[in-house]
Design a protein around this ligand. Structure first.
Ligand SMILES: [Zn+2]
Length: 229
């Protein structure tokens, strides 16, 4: 992992946005994602993308493709910015002692990730639930946890597990449940074209694993449409 200082500014901006509360640091929000300037580095990614363009029979020098190797480099570093997020800064003291022991659920969290087998996007929504054991986390942190793990090369199963384990480790709750539903472009664009194919994964820990009633309550919440939806 790079240290925070040697990240290109457009990647730093995304990492900051995941680590910091919205509104906490206005300068970092909506920062130059498509910023100007060359992507710093040794040019190896650019050379590799250039070579791919040649190999698929394209002319890398034609106008539309001129800036493509550099744009692709920039894009991949942005889409994998989650590797550089510091979990401590993300949490940033937002764990609170509360005598609440009912289920907390955040659902319909949109995410975009890259499948590590094809480097193509998979995207959808995540639902994260836990039953506190005296400690809760600020609600706005949960989508950031999802983002931290989604902005990496992933498989959906691992993404689901990492989110659940992170909540488990940080909060030590009575249980955690995570469900992710996603569409994989590598599946819908190639081979068997089945648009609308959605893959569902889940990871359940603690009471969500051992107590049927808890799991049923969780699934029940997921089936219910969000207010106003
Ligand atoms: Zn794939």
């Amino acid at each position: 992992m790079s240290s925070p200082t040697d990240l290109p500014s457009h990647v730093r901006a995304i990492v900051d946005e995941i680590e910091n509360e919205i509104g906490e640091d206005p300068s970092s929000i909506g920062a130059t994602i498509e910023g100007a300037g060359r992507h710093p580095g040794n040019g190896k990614v650019e050379a590799a993308v250039h070579q791919i363009l040649v190999e698929i029979g394209e002319d890398p020098d034609r106008q539309g493709l001129e800036g493509t190797p550099e744009r692709v480099h920039r894009m991949y570093t942005e889409l994998t910015a989650g590797y550089h997020v510091d979990p401590e800064r993300l949490i940033n003291g937002a764990i609170f002692d509360v005598a609440y022991s009912e289920m907390v659920i955040v659902k319909d969290i949109p995410f975009y990730s890259l499948c590590e087998h094809h480097l193509l996007p998979f995207f959808g929504t995540a639902a994260v639930a836990y039953i506190p054991r005296g400690r809760v986390i600020g609600l706005s942190k949960i989508p950031r946890i999802v983002e931290m793990y989604a902005r990496r090369l992933q498989v959906q199963e691992r993404l689901t597990q990492q989110i659940a384990e992170f909540v488990q480790e940080r909060l030590e709750p009575q249980g955690v449940g995570v469900v992710i539903e996603a569409t994989h472009l590598c599946a819908v664009m190639r081979g068997v074209r089945k648009p609308g194919t959605i893959m569902t994964t889940s990871s359940v820990l603690g009471l969500f694993r051992t107590r049927d009633r808890t799991r049923a309550e969780f699934l029940d919440h997921l089936a219910r449409p969000a207010p106003g939806a």
